[in-house]
Design a protein around this ligand. Sequence first.
Ligand code: 5GP
Ligand code: ZN
Length: 136
Amino acid sequence: MENCIFCKIINKELPSYEVYSNDYVYAFLDINPVNYGHTLVVPKKHYENLEEIDERNLKELIIAVKKIGKAIKDGLNVNGYNIGINNGSVAGQIVPHLHFHIIPRLEDDGIKLMPQRKYIEDKASKYAEKIRRALE
Ligand code: 5GP
Ligand code: ZN
């Protein structure tokens, strides 16, 4: 897609530090890493978000995430990593081309996950019901 920064990276119109490529997927280092080795894994076809991507491309994407996650563990000698998608601008998505972040984690790196809270009153059953209904 025109004017998409990740499409330009995939098409080599912009430079990147490539980590992995196949017919469906391209992976490269995030320009502003949370930790060194922070990798972005993107479908080669432009999809804005997780709802848009078809199952074939999604399957290839998650297989690549698994493969690259293992390579990050083995190659960077770390014990784990976080995988995430910021899906939608309200969730922090800045680049509107679907991408997984894989963030290598170091012992005592001080990175905090999102704060969690407790359910009050009957909120848990109500929210579960709303989601179940939307799945019907
Ligand atoms: P989002 O917030 O959309 O999930 O994350 C977009 C990510 O893309 C950010 O972590 C940002 O650092 C990274 N990014 C933005 N522009 C570029 C770029 O031109 N090259 C690379 N390698 N990463 C980029
Ligand atoms: Zn794109």
